[in-house]
Design a protein around this ligand. Structure first.
Ligand code: SAH
Ligand code: SF4
Length: 404
């Protein structure tokens, strides 16, 4: 008997017994998004012998994350019987794609449906956006359906339905993007010419309110034998959940972005109501203590430009004063209006002045060029175009784009 014949070991082998207990139909537990130890546990529960666990987990891992397989059939390093047993017990299929849109600027957006908890009721939907730029490609992923926080400038904040995404649903967004971009090594691509070079948790939701699943998903994504994206290329954006920031640095270790948006508590309380719980001073103290922070690993401070609210030169001065001593980058985000939104985007001339001031104070302050506007991919999901050009050039480009 070879080790591959485990399913035939006895008439009623351990995997068969596990199968008898495993839910059938669309409810098979997914293996996507499990960390290696969790995957080994799942395989142990399925009945594989202890001494095979590491090897089998490695083979399955390779199938899912290196080859992009969506069922066990193609995992030919496993025996046919084992593949069939695994297929009956576990799911490794993709999330459902509801729509896929492509912008004229190359930005792509997927509307994905999650499995439904209630039979007959369609599952909730999330969005994932891919933004190609010269020399890099950023995937903006969601961590929750909706958001429990109610930032007054954010469209997601008005959405009521909220549930945390599982680690598998977080990782699943990347798998779908890799499918669409033909980025699996089988598709002829090697790791040097990747299309997804960066991941930002800047889609729907507050990632630090779904800490464990985000941590596990990022462990899977950064595993050197799978998708293999370095944590330095993964940025987690938070509205400022202070008690979780240090833990994020210690347990996840990815790059950090803070949605600051205002320089005094009075204004920030209005824009980011979480500020009433964790005011600016506490937030910036947590940033100073972020594990691993250095000039090479700066924190990004996101600052949405709202006309007449937070965009004066006094605000820019105060911003520079507040960030003193913190290795920081500042991302100015032109406000992206949505139906019924109570704010207007600052004038470009004002954004330029603000940006120039911050630049002169020594901070890189790229202005995010809204991308994928024509497919509404920019809405609350804007992405930084790391342009090291003068603001006036960016302004001319953006105006030209708007006039085109
Ligand atoms: N919840 C996290 C991550 C998701 S939001 C956070 O708040 O950081 C990603 C970024 O988009 C945040 O900086 C957020 O403030 C910003 N954003 C949300 N709505 C926006 C809008 N309408 N225009 C511009 N930026 C917006
Ligand atoms: Fe939630 Fe972030 Fe939107 Fe605030 S900005 S409501 S934290 S998604």
């Amino acid at each position: 008997m070879t080790t591959l014949d485990i399913a035939h070991e006895k008439p009623r082998s351990a995997p068969e017994a596990a199968l008898a207990r495993a839910p059938q139909g669309g409810l098979r537990p997914s293996l996507v998004g499990l960390t290696r130890p969790q995957l080994m546990d799942a395989l142990a529960g399925f009945g594989l012998p202890e001494k095979q666990l590491r090897m089998r987990a490695g083979q399955i891992w390779n199938g899912i994350y290196n080859r992009g397989l969506t069922n066990f059939e193609g995992m030919t390093t496993l025996s046919k019987d084992l593949r069939q047993s695994l297929e009956r017990a576990f799911d490794i299929s993709r999330l459902e794609i509801v729509t896929e849109q492509k912008s004229v600027d190359g930005t792509r957006k997927w509307l994905l449906r999650l499995p439904s908890a209630v039979p007959g009721v369609p599952g909730p939907e999330i969005e994932t956006v891919y933004i190609p730029e010269e020399g890099r490609g950023t995937l903006c992923i969601s961590s929750q359906v909706g958001c429990t926080l109610t930032c007054t400038f954010c469209h997601t904040g008005t959405q009521k339905l909220v549930r945390n995404l599982t680690a598998g649903e977080i990782v699943g967004q990347i798998l779908i993007a890799r499918d669409a971009l033909c980025e699996w090594p089988d598709g002829g691509r090697n790791s040097e010419d990747r299309l997804i070079t960066n991941i930002v948790l800047m889609g729907m939701g507050e990632p630090l309110y779904n800490f464990d699943n985000v941590r596990d998903a990022l462990e899977v994504v950064s595993d050197g034998e799978g998708i293999s994206l370095s944590k330095r290329r993964i940025t987690l954006s938070t509205s400022g959940v202070v008690p979780m920031i240090e833990k994020a640095g210690a347990d996840i270790g990815c790059m950090l972005a803070i949605s600051l948006h205002a320089v005094n508590d009075e204004t920030r309380n209005k824009l980011v109501p979480l500020n009433k719980k964790y005011p600016i001073r506490e937030l910036l103290d947590a940033c100073r203590n972020y594990p691993g922070i250095s000039n090479a690993r700066r924190i990004t401070f996101e600052y949405v430009m709202l006309k007449g609210v937070n965009d004066s030169i006094e605000d820019a001065k105060e911003l520079v004063r507040l960030l003193k001593g913190i290795p920081a980058k500042i991302n100015l985000i032109p406000f992206n209006p949505w139906p019924g939104s109570p704010y207007q985007c600052s004038d470009w001339a004002q954004i330029e002045k603000f940006s120039d001031f911050v630049n002169r104070a020594g901070y890189a302050s790229p202005v995010r060029t809204p991308r994928g506007r024509d497919i509404m991919a920019a809405c609350g999901q804007l992405k930084s175009e790391t342009v090291k050009k003068r603001a006036s050039e960016r302004f001319r480009e953006t105006r030209a784009e708007a006039e085109a």
